[in-house]
Design a protein around this ligand. Structure first.
Ligand code: DHB
Ligand code: MG
Length: 626
């Protein structure tokens, strides 16, 4: 698959954008007109720079408001087009995107539109240019890709084809199956963008909220599957108008973009294989043959991973670890010893393993540093992540120690791909301490979920990272009210719930305010009330829940008075839905970390979302009092 990206996706000057695209490994780019007009570089300079960088100049765009106009305007539009065709010759470019008229079209007549497009195609032919006509979702008269294609067919000129843009098609919920019936020679270009499902006017949605594939909710693998089945072999190019990407680090955004295309390519191949198998199974020999058909576009695949089977460990770091040790001890964790060769400690409760890393630099406040995930094959998972351009993390190991495959997540959390064992133990724990003599406590526990705060400019990147590299499934995002703003919260989870990662987008921080960037690790136990009582006896400082909360809880759930009193006495939070019940409590925060203990009853699958605003408010209050 030939990969591309429009310069409008990125921040910086045209030169910076092109360099970043080359570093990220794109085959080609779309030059957005504004980027050229504002550039100090001559068209010849740009042409040479692209050649030196090994980048194809695949599309010049956009040319606006051509069709359906009065004769006067048509004349002016053809003159304007000719100037652009001449410019393209200097750039060495041969394809231009013409989008359907949104402003100046006064005549809604397909025959007239076809006649005008025919004149444009003939002029383009004279200049060796191909015109890719795209239906904008908000086009005045042409806003549907099938309509645009009918016009292309009616004109029937070798220099006129269509451009399919996933956003314009999927935002309007147009059926994508008829893409397969388009003559591949008439598909001159394909643009892809994802988007969250939002209810707003489609133009604002398109201009501000597009995201890279895998970061939104559109069915892009299916869209691409139909494009591939149509027989298209040209560039598949990202065109993402996004307020955040346009102001964040250009090289990093280009890599995020490239990751999205690598992933989309694999997902498209998977979608095709899945639907082909269905077709083949369906019966007739014709259908079987269709199921086995090969397509002219070659789709690369990736090393395969299944979703992770569980958390292997969580690691917190600090230069002064005393507070962390105290908190874990009070929660009921046991100190298992120090590592043979590294300055790290192991603490466990049942199968929940927490590493305290003492190697942190001076003045490092306690923070979550790393997460280990149980995967089928750490080597295969690591190969996949690296092909998806995840930065590799390496840690020194001695000859007889387990080698962890590590990658760095967008928020710099180190992700280790570990060999899980069916009984939930981990072989590497043998590297800690010596012959654990003390009797094992009966307490069973696992890491239930981990909540990571994401810098605002890397939130979408993180969603794609965990989706593509770790096969976690993004859930619809929620917005949690907190005293410092609305916190966007998105759960990434394995389908069986064995791994749950909650990504929170912290509200933008006032420079003078205390740091509200907090993250936590939650452990699930069988009996939360007993766990809370023991923790209280050991002197644990609980997050103090206001009395108002319990009154509201009673009003909502009509709880048994004794149970309500227990919740209140122990600062426990409660939630209930059709699947079951959820009890939980939080510790005070040390550095940027706090811990949560949860008990899931029945098949409760959430996180106590209705309680999140209470937690945020109490934490805010204690930060501001401190
Ligand atoms: O928002 C726009 O104007 C615009 C321009 C060119 C495109 O290819 C597109 O999809 C949108
Ligand atoms: Mg487009």
């Amino acid at each position: 698959m030939r990969t591309g990206i429009a310069t409008v996706c990125l921040s910086g000057t045209l030169k910076e954008k092109m360099q970043a695209c080359a570093i990220a490994g794109f085959d080609g780019i779309e030059i957005f007109e504004q980027d050229l007009v504002t550039s100090p570089l001559s068209p010849e300079d740009i042409r040479k720079m692209a050649a030196d960088l090994g980048l194809g100049l695949d599309l010049y765009q956009p040319f606006r408001d051509f069709d359906g106009v009065t004769p006067d305007l048509l004349k002016a539009n053809l003159k304007r087009a000719e100037a652009k065709f001449k410019l393209m010759a200097r750039l060495g470019m041969d394809t231009i995107l013409v989008c359907s008229n949104v402003a100046t079209a006064t005549i809604d007549d397909d025959q007239l539109r076809a006649e005008q497009l025919a004149l444009l195609a003939a002029l383009a032919g004279d200049h060796g240019v191909k015109v890719a006509y795209e239906a904008l979702a908000w086009g005045k008269h042409v806003n549907d890709y099938e309509h645009a294609y009918r016009l292309v067919e009616a004109v029937d000129h070798p220099n006129l084809g269509t451009c399919l843009d996933s956003f314009h098609i999927l935002s309007r919920d147009w059926d994508t199956a008829p893409i397969e019936d388009i003559n591949a020679d008439k598909i001159f270009f394909v643009q892809v963008a994802d988007a969250p499902k939002l209810s707003m006017d489609v133009l604002s949605w398109s201009r501000h909220y597009r995201v890279f594939p895998g970061e939104g909710q559109f069915e892009l693998a299916k869209f691409m599957g139909h494009v591939v089945r149509a027989g298209y072999t040209g560039p598949v190019s990202l065109e993402v108008f996004n307020d955040v990407f346009r102001q964040s680090d250009v090289e990093r955004t280009a890599v995020d973009a490239m990751r999205s295309l690598i992933w989309l390519e694999e997902q498209s191949a998977k979608w095709l294989a899945g639907t082909s198998a269905e077709t083949a199974a369906a019966g007739t020999s014709e259908q079987k043959a269709a199921g086995r058909r090969r397509y002219p576009m070659e789709l690369a695949t990736l090393p395969k991973v299944n979703e992770p089977a569980g958390f292997n460990f969580a690691e917190v770091k600090a230069d002064d670890t005393a507070q962390l040790e105290k908190l874990l001890g009070q929660l009921g964790f046991e100190f298992e010893g120090r590592h043979r060769t590294k300055d790290v400690q192991l603490w466990t409760m049942g199968q929940a393993r927490v590493i305290i890393n003492e190697q942190a630099a001076l003045h490092t406040e306690p923070a979550i540093a790393a997460l280990g995930f149980d995967v089928d094959s750490p080597v295969i998972a690591s190969a996949r992540a690296q092909q998806l351009k995840a930065p590799v993390v390496s840690r020194k190991v001695q000859a007889d120690e387990e080698v962890f495959q590590g990658i760095s997540a967008p928020d710099s959390t180190e992700i280790f791909l570990c060999q899980g064992s069916p009984d939930g133990t981990a072989a590497w724990t043998q590297e800690f301490g010596e012959g654990l003599e003390h009797p094992r406590a009966a307490q069973t526990a696992v890491i239930d979920h981990v909540n990571l705060a994401q810098p605002w400019q890397h939130f979408d990147e993180a969603v794609l990272f965990y989706t593509s590299a770790l096969a976690l499934e993004p859930q619809p995002f929620a917005e949690v009210p907190s005293p410092s703003g609305l916190v966007r919260s998105q759960v990434m989870q394995a389908s069986n719930g064995a791994v749950r990662l909650v990504l929170n987008l912290a509200p933008v921080q006032q420079a003078s305010a205390p740091k509200t960037y907090q993250e936590h690790i939650a452990f699930a136990v069988d009996d939360l009330v007993a766990t809370a009582r023991s923790a209280r006896e050991r002197g644990l400082e609980f997050l103090q829940i206001p009395a108002n909360y319990y009154e509201d809880l009673d009003a909502r759930f009509d709880l048994e008075p004794g149970f309500l009193a227990t919740l209140k006495e122990l600062n426990l939070l409660y939630d209930r839905d059709a699947n079951g019940e959820f009890l939980h409590f939080y510790t005070a925060t040390v550095g940027s970390v706090f811990f949560e203990m949860v008990e899931r009853r029945g098949n409760y699958d959430g996180y106590g979302a209705p309680n999140a605003p209470v937690r945020h408010a109490v934490q805010y209050d204690s930060l501001h009092r401190a």
